[in-house]
Structure formats: C-alpha cells, structure tokens
Write a protein that binds this ligand. Structure first.
Ligand SMILES: [Ca+2]
Length: 297
C-alpha cells in the first residue's frame, strides 16, 4: 500500500500528464491509468509495484522474474559507487525494451544517485534514486549501472527493478528485490578483529599516511593492530577502492590535511568546532561531517 501511494503521488506531480487532460475527470483517469515502464520515452514515475502495474498496464503475460536478476555486492559503503548489473543469465540473447529501477531506505524514502549511461535517464519528476530508459528500442544484456549510496547513510538500502520485455504493456516482470546492508565498520582499515574496531592509533594513522602517499612498510610500521587481517598491500587496495567514503567534509577531494585530519580527530574523541577547526575544506556543517564519519564506524 505504501508503494502504491508513493507511485501515485509521483504521478500526480508529473506536469506533462496534465497537458493531456481536457477536464478534471479525464485527467484523473489518465493519472490512474498511466503506463509505467512501457513508456517509449521512459517511466514517468519513480517507483511501481505489482499491484500498480496490474491495475494500470494489465496483468503481465510473463511470470516474474522470468530469468531476470540483479548482480551486485552484498553490502555498500556510504559514498562509494557500486556496480549493479541487470541480466538474464539463463537466456543471454534475451533483450528488453524498458526498465525502471530505484533505491529506497527502510522508511521508503528514495536514496542515492544513479549514473545515467547513454540510453538511460532520470525520470523527470524523480530524484536520482530512479533510473529508466530513454527509448523503447531493444536493449541487450547484461547491462551495468553505477549507483552511489549517500554519504552518511547507515540504513539498509533496497534496490528494486521492473523490466518490460516486449513493446506491449503486459510483458513486464519484476526482478527479485535486493537489500544491501551497510558494510560493517568501513573505518576498520587494518581489518582488526580484536578490541576497538576503528581507532586513531591504527586506522586513523593508516588513512593519514595513505593520503600522504606512503606505502609498503612506511604505511604500516607501528600502526596496525596485532589482530589486523590486512597487510600493507591489501590496506592500500582497500583505501584506494573505498576512497570516496573518506571525503567526510564533502568537497569532492580526499585530502590528508582536511579529511584525514577530521577522521583522526574524530577517532580521538573531538567533536564540534574542536573537530573542524582549521581542517574542514568544504561547506558542510560540523553536524553533517560528524554524521558522515559516524556512518563509517
Ligand atoms: Ca574532502
């Protein structure tokens, strides 16, 4: 019911539909009957569910998910892009015409940002948490997309998708939804298994040294926990692949004298102006910087 209300609300706010209306009654009928992913120019709505689709498109002639699935990581790190692959593993030659995919947190709020490759776009009235096609031409799969979870987010995120196989309205299939929990303690940089999962003397120093360009022995000497599960090589790989997570002041750059210092100070217990004095480079309020670091713990 919540999903239906969301979809309906999204449709009501869509101005192009209003131009089709000749009177309030007709407008209401069109709003109720708006097709979703079968639209030749992409979905006008931000999300749908099976009930909405059945009502507006007619019941699908295909059983969901009809071989379609999403491939993606098992967890997410706040602020770090991840790859989502739409695929039909059992039938590599299978094509599709339309798609609507979106991401919501547990309170049904839309979260995160899709990148839009050629042929895909943001539904006009939606946030970048939704992605749809730009035309109903046949598309091959697997198709990869990039999604960036919000910095500072800690709730599990659920990715949902509906695909339209043929040009008719009743060939829609829902893919099994996938819920990604946040990765455990992304700031546990050395992967220690004993004691404090993230500490200034180890993880804070590792981040700082890495951002100053140190590697090998000079990266890890004296600053990895006895229970560390990563070595100099895998610590460097971890910090590189999760680099965007450490832009805690949100200026788009990960720097030792701002982000590295902020994380180190936070792990030492500093908060408020004592945290950010002379360190933050962006325009985020200190409360948001604290939230972004806390989301990595
Ligand atoms: Ca930064």
């Amino acid at each position: 019911m919540r999903m239906r209300l969301l979809a309906f609300t999204s449709v009501v706010g869509r101005s192009p539909m209003r131009t089709l209306a000749t009177c309030a009654t007709v407008a209401f009928a069109i709003v109720i009957g708006v097709p979703a992913s079968a639209y030749s120019l992409g979905s006008p709505v931000c999300s749908v569910n099976a009930a909405t689709m059945g009502t507006t498109e007619g019941n699908s002639v295909l059983p969901s998910p009809n071989g379609w699935s999403l491939a993606l990581p098992t967890t997410y790190v706040p602020g770090v892009p991840l790859t989502v692959t739409v695929q039909n593993v059992g039938t590599p030659a299978k094509t599709y015409r339309g798609i609507l995919m979106w991401v919501q947190a547990s309170d049904a709020s839309f979260q995160g940002v899709w990148a839009y490759p050629s042929g895909f776009q943001k539904p006009t009235a939606c946030t970048q948490a939704s992605i749809t096609h730009t035309s109903n031409t046949l598309k091959s799969q697997p198709q990869t997309f990039t999604f960036t979870p919000p910095p500072g987010e800690t709730r599990a995120l659920t990715i949902r998708a509906v695909v339209t196989e043929a040009s008719g309205r009743t060939s829609w299939v829902f893919l099994s939804e996938t819920t990604l929990p946040r990765a455990a303690t992304p700031l546990n940089i050395d992967g220690s298994t004993v004691g404090t999962a993230a500490s200034a003397a180890t993880d804070g120093m590792l981040l700082m040294r890495h951002l100053f360009g140190l590697s090998g022995a000079s990266l890890i000497d004296g600053v990895v926990d006895a229970s560390a599960t990563r070595n100099a090589t895998t610590i460097a790989q971890y910090l590189t692949s999760n680099n965007p997570a450490f832009d805690v002041d949100g200026d788009g750059i990960v720097s030792p004298t701002s982000d590295g210092l902020l994380v180190l100070r936070y792990l030492l217990g500093l908060r408020g102006t004592a945290l950010t004095q002379g360190a933050a480079a962006g325009t985020l309020p200190v409360t948001e910087i604290e939230r972004r670091i806390a989301a990595l713990l």
